[in-house]
Design a protein around this ligand. Sequence first.
Ligand code: G1P
Length: 295
Amino acid sequence: MKIKKVVIPVAGKGTRFLPATKEIPKEMIPILDRPMIHYAVEEAVKANIEEVIFVTSKGKEVIEKYFQRNSTLEEFLSKNGKEKQLQNIKNIGDMISFKTVEQSEQLGLGHAVLCAEELVGDEPFAVILGDDLILSSEPVVGQLMKISEEKNFSPVIGVMEVPNEETFRYGIVSGNMLNDKTLKMDSMVEKPEPQNAPTNLATPGRYILTPDIFQCLKEIPRGSGGEYQLTDAINHLAKKRDVYAHVFEGDRFDTGNLDCYLNAMVEFALRDQRTEGLMRNIIKDKAAQMERGLL
Ligand code: G1P
């Protein structure tokens, strides 16, 4: 057995990025020179996943197009001797095979994952939330796949420690530590206030799930925010079988709102050799201007 498929929900309206998202999907907004969705798919490719299932909605067709070949552009680049760009563009078109399923109503992350049931079939699969970008030497979803395999293809939820006051932004897990990185989960709760949070282990959008999650998704009521929450279904699943959580290696950047997005852009620029020097100089110049009261 092997984990071959990843579900990436991309149906959201991206209202926090209006007006940019009025006509283009939020997933197509770039960090440096790539749309955000590129990083999520790249993570899956690096983990040897073979197929992406986009859970999409009307007006998001450009995401699928982005991962297809573009013969007009390829011809143009070829005619103009732009070999490097040509190769880059071809590579994106050949990156991975994908399928799409439409989520006709926005009823939450749990509902989005349930839409992928037929395309996933009867096998374990990964879920990546594209809002959460994670820079790591080994792709996070690959790290979780390893643990899942070790545990006979059990569900594994990627977690990271967050400051106590931030638990209300995430699904939070609790359980028994098996070693310093992996725990056997006993419960998971969506966005608890700090005083109600069982731990500060938060789930930033990386999951290995098993097909029995779909039954749980059908059984849960609406939860936090009136939506069908994936967290509630995983909590339900943990009552029926062993579910693990694993503290992954990597630095995670949220891009879900403008503040986080700006921070992610600067961090990515500092970590990319093409832009690192430039970014450092910009920061130095701005700091000097601030010191002199010019900013
Ligand atoms: C979703 C999930 C939440 C998870 C978070 C990660 O929430 O419901 O459990 O921790 O993504 O970004 P959202 O941020 O979409 O409200």
